[in-house]
Ligand binder design. Structure first.
Ligand code: NDP
Ligand code: 8X3
Length: 264
């Protein structure tokens, strides 16, 4: 990235963006796109070293503040948000991105710790962060919330049970937020990606990189940058335009289970 990519659209560079899950994949790519636009960034995640490296990288383009916390820890979420210095405390854009699948098992033999992790992080974590940030937006009568759902928010596939349930919940929360925040002039929308090649499958398969790689073999999967590019587009529409619900597939994908793997 160079400064020519700065594209400091009028007013855009004054905004503060708060991104959860900024240490990897879609969140990190979004941080880079937002930095190129000159937005002030609050970058969140659990892996401190990655936060520090990203801060070092993006500080060349914009002001960056990092927050290390687990979104599923309610107290930690509120403590982190309350700790924001003045330059970062009026959040204009919230990207609710942190989340993962944990395991891929039939419901009858599912690992209940995995179930807890998915519901605690993907659903409750998203709610806690939102609950900490949204009141400020309501007070200022402006803001933009982007919830990262999934094709798993729209379909259920074999052994996807609880992950799909968590993302169906994100879909419902996205709709509910839009209703509840309608009178406050706050934009709320979800982006639902299909298969994106990130650390996602490595996490799902508990570090089994070989198994994770097979998910993306035989076709061109979406890259984190493809989704970040779309998020960059979404947040730079005129304020009366709200992209409310967007499903994005790689061209090779037609449904959760139909992927044209011709390159095998
Ligand atoms: P990655 O595994 O690459 O990134 C996940 C991010 O979430 C990391 O930055 C991680 O940071 C953060 N995270 C996970 N758990 C927690 C937690 N408890 N507290 C705080 N942060 C957490 O995956 P993706 O970039 O692919 O995933 C991002 C989002 O996109 C997720 O919501 C995922 O469900 C969704 N998605 C992904 C798709 C894909 O195919 N990859 C498709 C559709 C949706 P850290 O570990 O440092 O805390
Ligand atoms: C991630 C995409 O198909 O693994 O949400 O559910 S999928």
């Amino acid at each position: 990235m160079n400064n020519d990519q700065g594209m400091k659209e009028e007013g855009q560079n004054e905004r503060v963006a708060f991104i959860t899950g900024a240490t990897s994949g879609i969140g990190r790519a979004t941080a880079r796109i937002f930095a190129a636009k000159g937005m002030r960034l609050v970058l969140c995640g659990r892996r401190q070293e990655r936060l520090e490296n990203l801060e070092l990288e993006l500080s060349a383009f914009t002001e960056v503040h990092t927050l290390q916390f687990d979104v599923s820890n309610r107290e930690a979420v509120f403590k982190a948000v309350e700790s924001l210095p003045d330059r970062f405390s009026d959040v204009d854009i919230l990207v609710n991105n942190a989340g993962n699948a944990h395991g891929q098992d039939p419901v009858q033999s599912g690992n209940m710790d995995d179930w807890d992790a998915m519901m605690d992080i993907n659903v409750k974590g998203l709610l806690y962060v939102s609950r900490a940030i949204i009141p400020g937006m309501v007070k200022r009568q402006k803001g933009h919330i982007i919830n990262i759902g999934s094709i798993a928010a729209k379909e259920v596939y074999p052994n996807g049970n609880v992950y799909c349930a968590s993302k169906h919940a994100v879909d419902a929360i996205n709709k509910g937020m839009r209703i509840d925040l309608n009178s406050s002039g706050i934009r709320v929308g979800a982006i639902h990606p299909g298969l994106v090649e990130t650390e996602f499958s490595k996490v799902r398969f508990k570090g089994d990189a070989e198994r994770a790689d097979t998910v993306y073999e035989g076709y061109k999967a979406l890259q984190a940058e493809d989704i970040a590019d779309i998020i960059g587009f979404v947040v730079t529409r005129p304020y009366h335009v709200n992209i409310a619900d967007l499903l994005v597939f790689p061209t090779a994908q037609a449904t959760s289970t139909l992927v044209n793997k011709t390159e095998l």
